[in-house]
Structures are given as structure tokens and as C-alpha cells.
Design a protein around this ligand. Structure first.
Ligand code: PHE
Length: 450
């Protein structure tokens, strides 16, 4: 039964609607821009294998933790944590305050630069439609260099993208977010299928497959392992309360077990398919898979320009990138907006435009000077999200009451009991220990064995 207060806060209309919104959050620039380029940089197959391990051992248990906290707490990240943990006072309350606040700060900072990168994708959509010419000298590298170097141009696209995002969030959970994601996600899947068929016809797919799925452990570095874990967080939208917030719009009787796996699997499959497409294009034209962050903005547009039907394929690709980024940006803003609606009683429209405006201002910093963008990306993905995830794991494992903790599993019936037991052990011991080890290794306090 939908209660009056649930109606006021907003609830998802259907189970599919929730899955599409949550996977819309997960599938984003992380899958289509970042995953391929870090896989290229860190050597392919072996990195992919470690990344899959991180998704299973750290990502999925944390995804459950966040969804369960949201579904039982029915509040923003901070509101839900407080509702489930704070009554117990002491350390639990302090940790909840800390993580809830960190979550809002992470959402704010990530969206500020995310929107600038998504803006570049809009620029390249225009380029692929020939509305903006690819630079005659130096091709996409020059076009990209010009875009990044011209803060007014970057700011223009950043403004367009953020307005699109604010408009959807301002309309609410069901009318705005669910409706937008229910259109964006099928469109995204359709475009990806068309691109797969295309690369299947043009060659390069076999080499791409080998690059992604044949592990060569000699190429794996300690740095690569850290990156894989950080990316597992980023790509599943974990460690900053996005899944707590989305979980809070679920009704009480819903199990989170199947939905959590569905979102994690969809996210992983889409990253792998996007990687297959991108590397197939790269290999078909003898490009360099380790081209770094410029892979989709420099290497690909140049290759599209030389391929049969490349103009249409390029257009489809940048639509894919923009749609993916949009549904993720919506969830980043929602975390911040939900916090201000809950804690400061702003209306949804006020909170969306006010906070969106502040995030826009912060984003101009990244548009002005790209080291700001790199700094924020490092700070958030390497530190803030893993710290947020570590504290959420500790809270879910040790501070949330047993009944609340296991409710999401037990609503499955008897088959939920063993799952609840496995998850409880993982979230109490495995996830926090792995996360703490990785954080210490990043700070240089712990040395990795390889
Ligand atoms: N998961 C999104 C991506 O892969 C990014 C994101 C991070 C969205 C954190 C929400 C919260 O692009």
C-alpha cells in the first residue's frame, strides 16, 4: 500500500521503472568513456578480470547495503542513515552524519565536472552531424584541444547539459526521473545493438574480443588493481548515496535482491559491449587502444571520419554517450536535491534549480582549467567514493538493526535466509577489509604484494 507520506516523497511507478532508473544511474560516462580507456591503459583482459572480481566482492554487496538502507529508511542518504542508525547514538550517529554529508558533497563535485565532459559529447554530436566541421589540420585532436582550451565553448555545452538534467529532476521521481529513464535506457540499448552489428560487419571485432577477454597477467600492475576497484564504485554509482536515495522511493514490501543483481549485470554487460564496439573500431583502423581519456573524443571521431557510413555511426555513438551521461547526471543531482528537500524543506523545483545553479558555477572551474577536472575526478573516485563506501559497509554491517538489515533478503521467503547470511558476512568483513586495504595502499601506507 502506498501511504500518504510515500506519495509526498515520491515512489517508483513500476518495478521496471525502478530498474531502468537505477541502471540509468549506473550506466554512464563511466561505462562508455572511462571503462574502455582505462582498460586500454591498464592492458586489457587481466584488468577486466580484476574489475569483474571487484564488482562481485565489493560492488554488489554494497549495492545491496545502499538499497536496503534506502528502502527501510525512506529518506535522502543522510535521512535514511539517521533513521536506521542514529537511535543507537554514539559512533553510529557520527558516522551517519559524516557519510550523509560526504555523499552530498560527492554528488555535487562529481556532477560539476561530469556535466563538462557530457558537454564535450554534445559538441562532438554536432561535429558528427557536420554542423561543426572537424578541424582540417590535425583532425579530432585539434577539435578536441580547441574545445577543452576554450572555456566559453565548454561552458556553453555544460550549461545545456545541466539544464536538461535539472529539468528532469525538477519534475519529480515518477514524472521526471522514471519517465526519462524509461525512454533513455531502451534507446541506449538499441543504439548499442546497431553499433555492434556495424562493427561485426566491418571487422576488428575478433581482435577486440581477444583484447578484452584474454587476460595477460604480466600486464597487470598494482596501480591497475586500485583503478579497477575505484572504477567498480564509480560505475555502479556507489559510495555516495545514489542507490540509497533511489532505494528510498521503493515500497516496503519489495525485495532488493533481484533488482540489485539486475542493475549490476546490466551495467557490466553494457560496459563490456561498449568496450567491444570501441576497440573493434580502433583495431579495424589500426588505432592505439591505450590512447587515454581522449580515446572517445580524439581517436574515435578520426576513425569514424574514415569509415564507410562513419558519419551515421559517429552520430549514433555520441547520442549513446549523451543518453548514458544524462540518466547518470539525473541521479547525481537527485542525491543533492533529496538532501535539501528532506533537511531544509525546500520544494523540489527550488532545490533543483538552486543546487543545479551552484553545481553549474563549480563546473565552470572545470571548464576553465582542465587540471581542476582531473583533480576532482581523482579526489572523488579515488578517495571520496571508497571512503563513503567503507563507512556505508560498516554502518550496514554493524550498526543497522538485524531485522532492518535482513528484511530485503527475507522478503524473498525461505530462499532469502542463506543469501542474507552470506551477504552479512561479506558486508561485515570482506568488503570493509578490501576497501580499507585499498585506501591504505593508495595513501602509500600499505604495500601491495605485486
Ligand atoms: N555510474 C555513473 C557512470 O558510470 C557515474 C555516477 C557515479 C553516477 C556516482 C551516480 C553516482 O558514469
Amino acid at each position: 500500500m502506498e501511504t500518504g507520506s510515500e506519495k509526498r516523497r515520491g515512489v517508483w511507478g513500476t518495478r521496471l521503472g525502478f530498474i531502468l532508473a537505477a541502471s540509468g544511474s549506473a550506466v554512464g560516462l563511466g561505462n562508455i568513456w572511462k571503462f574502455p580507456y582505462i582498460t586500454g591503459e591498464y592492458g586489457g583482459g587481466a584488468f577486466v578480470l580484476v574489475y569483474l572480481g571487484c564488482i562481485a566482492l565489493v560492488g554488489l554487496p554494497l549495492m545491496y547495503a545502499e538499497l536496503i538502507i534506502g528502502r527501510r529508511g525512506h529518506g535522502s542518504a543522510l535521512g535514511s542513515l539517521k533513521a536506521l542508525v542514529s537511535q543507537q547514538g554514539g559512533a553510529g550517529r557520527d558516522l551517519s552524519e559524516f557519510t550523509g554529508t560526504l555523499a552530498v558533497a560527492s554528488g555535487f563535485l562529481i556532477l560539476s565536472y561530469y556535466s563538462v565532459v557530457a558537454g564535450w559529447a554534445i559538441h562532438f554530436l554536432w561535429v558528427s552531424m557536420d554542423l561543426i566541421p572537424l578541424s582540417a589540420e590535425g583532425g579530432a585532436a585539434t577539435t578536441f584541444g580547441h574545445l577543452v582550451g576554450d572555456w566559453r565553448l565548454s561552458t556553453l555545452w555544460h550549461t545545456v547539459f545541466l539544464c536538461l538534467t535539472i529539468t528532469v529532476v525538477g519534475r519529480g521521481v515518477h514524472e521526471g526521473i522514471e519517465r526519462a529513464c524509461s525512454r533513455l535506457m531502451p534507446a541506449l540499448a538499441g543504439i548499442l545493438c546497431v553499433l555492434l552489428v556495424y562493427v561485426g560487419l566491418t571487422g576488428g571485432l575478433a581482435r577486440s574480443f581477444e583484447f578484452l577477454f584474454r587476460p595477460d597477467f604480466a600486464k597487470l600492475s598494482g596501480e591497475g588493481v586500485l583503478e579497477a576497484l575505484g572504477h567498480a564504485f564509480f560505475t555502479l554509482s556507489l559510495g555516495m548515496g545514489a542507490m540509497i536515495t533511489y532505494g528510498s522511493y521503493l515500497q516496503n514490501d519489495r525485495t532488493v535482491v533481484r533488482d540489485g543483481v539486475t542493475v549490476a549485470v546490466l551495467d557490466t554487460v553494457i560496459a563490456l559491449l561498449a568496450g567491444l564496439v570501441i576497440f573493434a573500431v580502433v583495431f579495424a583502423a589500426n588505432g592505439n587502444p591505450a590512447a587515454g581519456p581522449g580515446l572517445v573524443f580524439v581517436t574515435l571521431p578520426d576513425l569514424f571520419a574514415t569509415m564507410p557510413g562513419g558519419e551515421l555511426v559517429g552520430m549514433a555513438f555520441f547520442f549513446l554517450l549523451i543518453f548514458a551521461a544524462w540518466s547518470s547526471a539525473i541521479s547525481l543531482l537527485e542525491v543533492v536535491v533529496a538532501y535539501f528537500i528532506d533537511q531544509h524543506s525546500l520544494s523540489r523545483t527550488q532545490a533543483s534549480w538552486l543546487l543545479g545553479g551552484l553545481i553549474w558555477m563549480a563546473g565552470v572551474g572545470s571548464a576553465l582549467w582542465s587540471p581542476v577536472l582531473d583533480f576532482l575526478d581523482n579526489l572523488t573516485t579515488r578517495y571520496m567514493l571508497p571512503v563513503g563506501g567503507l563507512v556505508i559497509a560498516i554502518l550496514a554491517g554493524w550498526f543497522v538493526r538485524r531485522g532492518d538489515r535482513e528484511a530485503g533478503f527475507l522478503s524473498l521467503g525461505d530462499s532469502g535466509r542463506p543469501l542474507a547470511a552470506v551477504w552479512t558476512v561479506t558486508i561485515r568483513f570482506v568488503t570493509p577489509v578490501l576497501l580499507a586495504a585499498v585506501l591504505l595502499a593508495k595513501m602509500g601506507i600499505l604495500r601491495l604484494p605485486w
